[in-house]
Design a protein around this ligand. Structure first.
Ligand code: SF4
Length: 82
């Protein structure tokens, strides 16, 4: 089932649960040719979870939600931790 994606909403317009549901749906539905393989994705997130720069699921070095950043295979950690 496809989740509804709101293309014109800002986070401040959305309730937090809806926002995170959309974020997870976005990661799940990324095109396979740009998406990081599941094992790599999980490995990246485990590194982020050990990192002092992770705060509220966001990387304080780049300002990204790490689940979004890690989901794109070509992305890198700004501190070269992955
Ligand atoms: S992307 Fe890099 S710097 Fe940012 S939280 Fe993850 S490991 Fe830390």
């Amino acid at each position: 089932m496809n989740e509804r994606i709101c293309k014109r909403c800002l986070t401040r317009d959305m309730d937090q649960n809806e926002y995170f549901r959309n974020l997870h749906a976005y990661v799940e539905n990324l095109e396979e040719d740009i998406k990081a393989p599941k094992a790599l994705y999980e490995e990246r997130l485990s590194v982020c979870k050990q990192c002092d720069l992770l705060a509220d699921a966001m990387c304080r070095a780049c300002g990204c939600y790490v689940e979004l950043r890690a989901a794109i295979e070509e992305n890198v950690c700004p501190y070269e931790k992955w």
